[in-house]
Design a protein around this ligand. Sequence first.
Ligand SMILES: [Zn+2]
Length: 83
Amino acid sequence: MAKLLLLVAVVAIVYVLLKNYKRAIARQDEAARPEKAAQPGSEDMVQCAQCGVHLPKSESFLSQGSHYCSDEHRKLGVSRRDK
Ligand SMILES: [Zn+2]
């Protein structure tokens, strides 16, 4: 019977430690997220030369010095210039 009580106690301790561990990890994740989200304006915004929509520079398609929102608009813009 004493062994059973000891087993229950050990399981309870492990359970509590795991719970605290998960909570600590969740708190770290929450703490890490705002840092990434805190700089939404740090990236340059560019305007699509075809439709005028604004988008982050890293997501734009660059062609002949102009930015486009999609590869389709890039092709449209290039073909328009060729004429
Ligand atoms: Zn566009």
